[in-house]
Unconditional design. Structure first.
Length: 317
């Protein structure tokens, strides 16, 4: 039977903006997002999780707002994004995405609750929480509108051999894979309010920049040029490893027919875990090792038990 899959010549297409503006409190994230939205042009919707703080700038910018109160579940964010799309907005500003991850009712809080009530540890609970978060990311990435996200960040430090604490950069208060989904990530300096691109697929931001509406115009011109957006090999690899570690967690808690006895249940879990083990193992020893050590030690112990059980059953067959 002939395949229905067909290749076609790659062409550059106009794309929609996926941009994050990050910084500590008071760095100017909301105004920067609204400046960029102004430069992009079109009707702007602001999903405001910051106690209606965006409305303080209504005298300087033209936008409509939706106050998104707690609980900050991924599903409520998705509902708000879809509402903006249905209403025909050209630009969606989410101010901020931090609450979806760390706010009341957000992913971290929901995961802790699952760990306490249903799972033995937080890592296993992510097998249920991460897919919900993934749907939020998908709604952001696949939106028909331009999406600008504000995100809180905090100083990331490390202690050296001399016991001195050194600043090594800023860490977004969101899932570690969030920035992989963005075209541009701008980090705002708290003192100068200038932005430095910590990720830039457009190659427009080589130097620190003051965020005005001109930045939005520059981005709109780039988007309209049909420039190709390509993920780096490092971004692709990091996302693949994150997804595989989640698959291991899901394998420990599979769904479907698990048998009627404890022995049948254990055999089903072992088969589920072993299938993921083989998938990751096929990528090579180094890749397996990287994914393996992304998993907490107590969960690695459980996974190892099931992998060895599956191997023993296979050898005995």
């Amino acid at each position: 039977m002939p395949s229905t899959m067909q290749f076609q010549r790659a062409t550059r297409k106009k794309s929609r903006l996926r941009l994050a503006v990050a910084g500590p409190a008071g760095s100017g994230k909301t105004t920067a997002a609204l400046q960029i939205a102004t430069g992009l042009g079109g009707r702007t919707a602001v999903i405001d999780t910051e106690n209606e703080s965006a409305s303080l700038y209504s005298d300087a910018f033209d936008f409509d707002t939706l106050n998104l109160a707690m609980p900050y579940t991924p599903e409520r964010y998705i509902e708000a994004i879809h509402a903006a799309e249905v209403a025909g907005y050209d630009i969606i500003v989410i101010d901020s995405v931090t609450h979806e991850w760390m706010g009341s009712g957000g992913c971290n809080e929901a995961n802790e609750l699952l760990a306490q009530t249903r799972y033995r540890n937080t890592w296993s609970a992510w097998s249920e929480t991460k897919p919900r978060h993934r749907l939020f990311l998908d709604a952001t990435v696949q939106s028909r509108a331009h999406v600008i996200c504000s995100c809180r960040s905090k100083t990331e430090t490390v202690q050296g051999d001399d016991k001195k604490v050194r600043k090594i950069g800023m860490k977004l208060e969101q899932d570690s894979t969030f920035e992989f989904e963005m075209t541009v990530v701008l980090e705002l300096d708290h003192q100068t309010h200038f932005a430095v691109a910590t990720k830039d697929r457009t190659r427009l931001f080589k130097d620190p920049v003051q965020v005005t509406a001109d930045v939005g115009v520059m981005l709109r011109n780039w988007l309209d040029s049909g420039a190709e957006v390509v993920q780096t090999p490092e971004e692709i690899a990091a996302k693949r490893r994150s997804d595989l570690s989640v698959k291991f967690a899901q394998a420990l808690n599979p769904t479907g027919d698990m048998g009627k006895t404890e022995e049948e249940h254990e055999a089903a879990v072992a088969a589920s875990v072993f299938a993921v083990h083989q998938e990751v193992h096929s990528l090579g020893a180094e890749e397996y090792k990287t994914v393996w050590f992304m998993i907490p030690s107590e969960s690695r112990t459980a996974l190892k038990k099931y992998i060895e059980a599956a191997k023993a059953k296979k050898e005995a067959a």
